[in-house]
Structures are given as structure tokens and as C-alpha cells.
Design a protein around this ligand. Structure first.
Ligand code: DGJ
Length: 720
């Protein structure tokens, strides 16, 4: 998974050495524009001195009093939420972590890891705080490693990945909440004294009601281009917790990590306990810069093949549901070929024989082709689609089981459920006990099996349609409180095996809509499914929300039959991220088909800018009746502007759209693209050549002659 250059540096880094800082000496973790500074106190504790904009004179940081313990243990003097809490083998519930030494390891041209080693003076417990600074991307990630040599297991009840302190006059928290088909609603509130928690307790996915990400703005709410803030998220596909505690001095501590809820962990001697990475970026110039930092970091380091092209595709889920057979599918290939997409994606419903998968009540777990629907197997579909110039992909949900399945009959001990209570279903299914190595083998073999039996299979959509309820693991026995942690670790173990054999196979991470939208999973996936809601208007908000934390090439956006907006509008919305289709191509009129075909060609032509360019959110849908965003390539020679008019009032007037990120000295040709066949651009600036300076200060008129509700335009800007 790691980049080659990163690996080379890992081996080269064996030469790292440990330093022992003197009392009062600073340990600095820095990126190009931000600094996180710790210091060793007289009592050998590590205190946070500074977090914020990098200053040219590092001596300036010493003005800040270092008073906040970097990683406070419970049971000692700190009266607020601890970073870590441990009950020792003898029942003592205290932990006092003192500085031992630290080391700095160069892991890549751009990447430096600083490890601060701490230990308890009374108990043989060691904790290493790991901070990885991505210099050019201005991102820092942190995780913690805990190990002990007590005679018996200790009980860990809190284990933050990151513990950050702030001293500002006010704190504004932006969070994203939702539900199925209603993901990523943005909300901003001022934190008051006491505790505010964002978390999830779903087990097999990170989110459904609350997304694992936030902005924390200092002093004032931040805008796109102004305000001081951090953007934070956790690389973990399971229960998370972000705890914000404002104390009596108005100091804020943010504890981020796996949710300790119902997750007390019995840690055996000598066994390292490694927490997931908390990822954050500091911005002194608003949310826009924070997003661009995260996007660049994600493409370079966090998402599988983040800087490589993506496939356009036609999915059959909205068109057929599970009601299809071989003939119907192969007839859809013609539509896909006419559209001009790269790949046909076969969704749910292709498998199971004893209990055929004709609806969501049966068959999940029985991963052989249904002989009635697919008498010639998946291999036939791979080769038939190939004849039409299409690659072929398939849907799997290998972690789950329907009670009406052969898998359930054969392996009742492979299922998470309370044995003395009725089974609790969600979408008529149960979760497999992935902590059991036999189940891990089963999941791995399901994926590997379908890929080996069908050479040429080019894509997988990996779904996960339920969370855990009424959970009990036959495998974990007396360690039931490990289930939430071990489930996710087991999920990653299986994915490690899959990626060892199939390092670059494109895979979409899906979870009944956007239940798995986190950087823990995205290490293994090329993209994620943000929501089952593909209504054009709803998607503006949903994709807008994800754009704060994820780059465009990871956000799958399909044109479907959802929504009453025109095909042009829905296509323009999908084109702002990773374009795909999920429609009955045969229902399109010849003009609509021509338009869609041309749209895919246009998208392919512009995709370098959309996927790898810098994103500027220009006009927020949260603030009025329209939305606009723009991508600019690195050399500022090409930009793409997406403009959506949503529900304007009668004669509502709209100003010009001021662009950002262009070269003021360059001249750009303005060209509205993605027009319906025969339609002409109503943009008065069409085909004009305008300076970057003008476009950024006076702007483009995107609404002249286009006041209709749900109208949209895509404008390509090319430097001459
Ligand atoms: C939920 C996903 O979000 C949908 O796109 C589809 O794949 C269904 N599952 C299939 O069961």
C-alpha cells in the first residue's frame, strides 16, 4: 500500500537515533506552515507548548507557557478527561507517563515521524506517542503505541490516538451528521464549557448518524478563506470518538480515537496496542485551505492509487435491482458501450442457489453464481462485456449473512448474535464474526475466489449494509468487550491479504450508502460510495460536505433516475466528483444518449483537473440558492467551474462568480461545456479571453439568461 519511495525511506531510516531532551527543551513537529511543539517539564512530563501557524523564529514559541499535559493518564492529578486510562494487574487505576526520550525518523522526502517515548515510574508500562508530519501537505497524523510487562493483562479503558490543547476565546465546532440517504449535513455550533462528544457505536462501520470528521475553529467561525482552524478525522472504519472538553480556564482539549464505549481492552504483557491514526491539518486561512491540504495528503499517501486515473462505469442497481438474468445484463452492455463508460458494474443479486438472492431476504453468504440467472457464470459476462469494449466489475458484501442461506445453516458459530435472545435483523441480515480467523479466511477466499475464477474481473464494489446490534462473538469468548476493536482490525487483516495479491484492483468502499467514509478504509480502496441518495439537488449538499475532507476522485457520483431535475443538471452534479451512471440507458432519448456520451468524453478530457486539481468552494449551497465550486490544475493553466442554480426566488438577482486560485497574469479562454446537443451557451462571456485577475476580482456572469430553477453550467477555462 505504501508508496515505493516511502518504503525505501523506511529501510533507510534504521539509522534514526534517540534523543534525550533536557528539562525545558522543546520537541518540534513541523510542516511547511504549521508547528506542534512539546516541551519536557521539570517533573518529566510532556506538555504541549504550541499548536498553530509556523513562526520564523522558533524562540517565539517559548513565550507560550507549556501547561497542558500532552497525554494525561487517569487516576493522577488531572481532573478532566484523560487521554489514557489503565487498570493495572494489581487493580491500581493510575498511570503517570513520564518522558524517557524521543526520536525523529525521516520516512520520505516529505515525511518525518517523531516518536516520544514515555513510561510510568512505578509500573512497567510504556507509551510511545507517534506524530508523522507531511511537510508539503501541511498534515500531521498521530497514533499511540501502548505496551507493558506486568505479570498479567492490564485493562485499558481509554486510549486516545491524539490529545490536542487549545487556548482561544471561543471555539466553533463544525460537524456532519445524517442518516441513510441523508448523509453529511453540516452544522456549526459554539462550544460551551463542559464536554461535547461526536461519536459512533455502530461496530462494522464508522458512520451513519455522525461522520468521523470535524472542523474546530478558533475565536470565530471560519469561512472558506478566513479563520484559524484545524480539520480532523480518524483513520478507522469503526466506532470513533472525538471529545471536546472546555475547562474552567476556557482551555479546550480534544481527545480523538477509537470510541472507548463498551470497549475495555484486556492487554496481555508484551503485546503492543496500536491506535489508529488521527489526521489533522491546521489552516490559518479557512476551510478551503484545510480541504486542499487534506486532498493532497490523501492522494499522495492515504488513498489507494490516489494519483492514478479512475474508471467511469455503468452500475445496474437502480436499473434492475436484483431482477435480472444473463440476457438482460448482456443487453445492458450495449447501453454501456453506447454511453462510452469504461466498465459495467454488476450489483447485488447475482449469487446463491439453494436460497436465491432475488431480494434482500435470502442468499447473502452463498457466493456462487445463481445458475438460473447466470447459467454461464460471471466469466461469461466478463468476456461478453469485453467484446463490447467494457471492463467488468462485481458487487460483494462478504462480511454479512442472511439467516436464509446455506452459510447460516453450515456455520451458526460464525455469526455475531446473542445466543439467548431473538436475532436482531437489519436489512434481514446479520454480521459475520470477522474476529474468527476461519471467517477471515472465508471473506478472503470469497473475494479471491471470485477474482481467480473470473480472470479479467476489473473492479469490486464492497458493501456492508448493517451495523452491529445484539452482538456477541462466539470467537472472543470472555473478551466480548474487544469486539468493536478486533472487528475492524480483522477487516484490515483481510484487506491486507487481498491487497498483497491484488495491489491495484480498483475497489469501491460502500456501506448502505455512506457508512464507511474514512481514511482507515480508503488505504485499501480507490473510491467510496457517499450515499444512496443520488437526487441532483441532495447530492450538491452531500458531495459538498464530503469535499471538505475527501478529494474528488474518491467520491463516487452517479447519474441515476433519482430526482426531478433535468438529466443535464444531474450530470453536471455527478461530474464534479468521480462520474458514473446507474440508469436504464434504453430509456434515454437519442438526444439524451448523445448528451451523456458527450458528457463522458468531456469528463475524461477534464478529469485530470477535477481529480488532481485544487478545489475552491466559491459559493456555498448552505448560504443561498446556488452553489459554485472550481478546480484548478497545479500549473494554473486549466480550471473547471461548476455552477448550480437551485431554487431561486422570483427575479432573485445573483452576482458574478469570483474565481480563485488562477494566475492573475494569465489570460483564460472561457468555454461553457457539457451543453445539450444543439444548445448554445447563454453565458455572455462564452469564448472570451479574460485575465485571471479579472476573473478573480470581477468574476464571471453565470446566471445571465439562466435563471431557471435547477439549472447548471460547467465552464472550462484554458490559459492561452
Ligand atoms: C446498498 C448500496 O448503497 C447500494 O448502492 C446497493 O449496492 C445495495 N446496497 C445493494 O444491496
Amino acid at each position: 500500500m505504501m508508496k515505493i519511495k516511502y518504503l525505501i525511506f523506511c529501510f533507510a531510516s534504521l539509522s534514526s537515533y534517540r534523543l534525550a531532551a533536557q528539562t525545558g527543551q522543546d520537541i518540534s513537529i513541523g510542516t511547511r506552515h504549521s508547528s506542534l511543539v512539546y516541551t519536557v517539564s521539570g517533573n518529566q512530563h510532556i506538555y504541549q507548548r504550541y499548536l498553530g501557524k509556523k513562526l520564523s523564529d522558533t524562540a517565539s514559541y517559548t513565550v507560550m507557557k507549556a501547561v497542558h499535559n500532552a497525554y494525561p493518564g487517569a487516576g493522577m492529578g488531572d481532573l478532566f478527561s484523560p487521554a489514557i486510562r489503565m487498570i493495572h494487574a494489581d487493580g491500581n487505576p493510575s498511570l503517570d507517563l513520564q518522558y524517557v526520550n524521543h526520536e525523529s525518523v525521516k520516512k520520505g522526502e516529505d515525511v518525518t515521524e517523531t516518536i516520544i517515548h514515555l513510561k510510568d515510574p512505578v509500573y512497567p508500562v510504556e507509551v510511545a506517542l507517534h506524530y508523522t508530519a507531511y511537510y508539503d501537505e501541511d498534515v500531521i497524523t498521530s497514533h499511540v503505541e501502548i505496551i507493558h510487562k506486568e505479570k498479567k493483562p492490564v485493562l485499558l479503558t481509554n486510549y486516545a490516538s491524539s490529545f490536542l490543547h487549545f487556548d482561544a476565546d471561543h471555539y466553533w465546532l463544525t460537524q456532519f451528521h445524517g442518516d441513510w440517504a441523508k448523509e453529511m449535513n453540516m452544522e456549526e455550533t459554539e462550544l460551551t464549557s463542559g464536554i461535547h462528544i461526536l461519536d459512533s457505536k455502530l461496530g462494522s462501520r464508522a458512520d451513519m448518524y455522525q461522520s468521523p470528521l470535524f472542523f474546530l475553529s478558533l475565536d470565530h467561525p471560519s469561512g472558506e478563506n478566513n479563520g484559524e482552524l484545524i480539520a480532523g478525522t480518524l483513520a478507522w472504519t469503526g466506532n470513533f470518538q472525538f471529545l471536546f472538553e472546555t475547562d474552567t480556564h476556557n482551555s479546550l482539549r480534544i481527545s480523538s480515537g477509537m470510541n472507548p464505549y463498551a470497549s475495555e481492552y484486556h492487554l496481555a504483557p508484551g503485546q503492543p496496542f496500536v491506535t489508529p491514526e488521527f489526521i489533522f491539518t491546521y489552516s490559518g486561512e479557512g476551510k478551503g485551505l484545510a480541504s486542499r491540504n487534506l486532498h493532497r495528503w490523501a492522494r499522495n499517501y492515504a488513498v489507494l492509487d490516489g494519483n492514478k486515473p479512475r474508471l467511469t462505469l455503468l452500475n445496474n442497481w437502480e436499473a434492475t435491482g436484483m431482477n435480472f438474468d444473463q440476457g438482460r445484463l448482456t443487453s445492458l452492455f450495449d447501453g454501456a458501450a453506447k454511453l462510452g463508460v469504461d466498465l459495467f458494474l454488476l450489483d447485488d443479486g447475482w449469487f446463491a442457489n439453494k436460497y436465491p438472492r432475488d431480494d434482500d431476504k435470502a442468499g447473502l453468504g452463498d457466493w456462487e453464481e445463481n445458475k438460473k440467472k447466470l447459467p454461464n457464470g460471471v466469466g461469461y459476462l466478463v468476456s461478453e462485456s469485453g467484446k463490447k469494449g467494457l471492463q467488468f466489475g462485481i458487487w460483494l458484501e462478504p462480511e454479512m449473512v442472511n439467516p436464509k442461506s446455506e452459510l447460516y445453516e453450515k456455520h451458526p458459530d460464525w455469526i455475531l448474535k446473542l445466543t439467548n435472545r431473538p436475532e436482531d435483523y437489519f436489512r434481514n441480515q446479520l454480521v459475520l464474526d470477522l474476529t474468527n480467523p476461519a471467517v477471515q479466511d472465508f471473506v478472503y477466499n470469497t473475494v479471491d475466489g471470485v477474482l481467480t475464477r473470473n480472470p479479467g474481473l476489473a473492479y469490486i464494489k464492497w458493501d456492508c449494509n448493517r451495523m452491529m446490534t445484539n452482538t456477541w462473538s462466539p470467537w472472543l469468548k470472555e473478551d466480548q468487550s474487544h469486539i468493536y476493536i478486533e472487528y475492524v482490525r480483522s477487516f484490515y487483516k483481510v484487506l491486507d491479504r487481498i491487497r498483497a495479491k491484488y495491489p491495484h484492483l480498483p475497489m469501491m468502499l460502500c456501506s448502505g450508502g455512506g457508512g464507511r467514509t474514512d481514511y482507515g478504509g480508503l488505504r485499501y480502496f480507490t473510491e467510496f460510495w457517499p450515499s444512496d441518495n443520488t437526487d441532483g439537488l441532495e447530492r450538491i449538499f452531500i458531495q459538498w460536505g464530503y469535499s471538505y475532507f475527501f478529494p474528488a476522485n474518491t467520491i463516487a457520483a452517479h447519474v441515476t433516475g433519482w430526482g426531478k431535475q433535468s438529466l443535464k443538471f444531474r450530470t453536471d452534479v455527478a461530474m464534479m466528483d468521480k462520474l458514473g451512471y446507474d440508469i436504464k440507458v434504453s430509456d434515454l432519448t437519442p438526444e439524451e444518449l448523445q448528451f451523456s456520451h458527450d458528457a463522458i468524453q468531456t469528463y475524461k478530457r477534464l478529469s485530470d483537473v477535477i481529480w488532481y486539481g485544487d478545489l475552491y468552494r466559491l459559493i456555498s449551497p448552505y448560504e443561498g440558492n446556488r452553489a459554485a465550486l472550481q478546480y484548478v490544475n497545479e500549473s494554473k493553466t486549466k480550471a473547471v467551474l461548476f455552477h448550480y442554480l437551485m431554487n431561486p426566488r422570483y427575479k432573485e438577482a445573483f452576482g458574478r462568480v469570483k474565481l480563485q486560485g488562477l494566475d492573475p497574469l494569465k489570460k483564460y479562454r472561457i468555454k461553457e461545456v457539457n451543453l445539450f446537443p444543439g444548445a448554445r451557451s447563454a453565458n455572455p462571456d462564452q469564448d472570451k479571453v479574460l485575465s485571471g485577475e479579472l476573473l478573480m476580482n470581477i468574476g464571471l456572469n453565470c446566471t445571465a439568461g439562466r435563471q431557471a430553477p435547477m439549472s447548471s453550467s460547467i465552464i472550462e477555462l484554458t490559459a492561452e
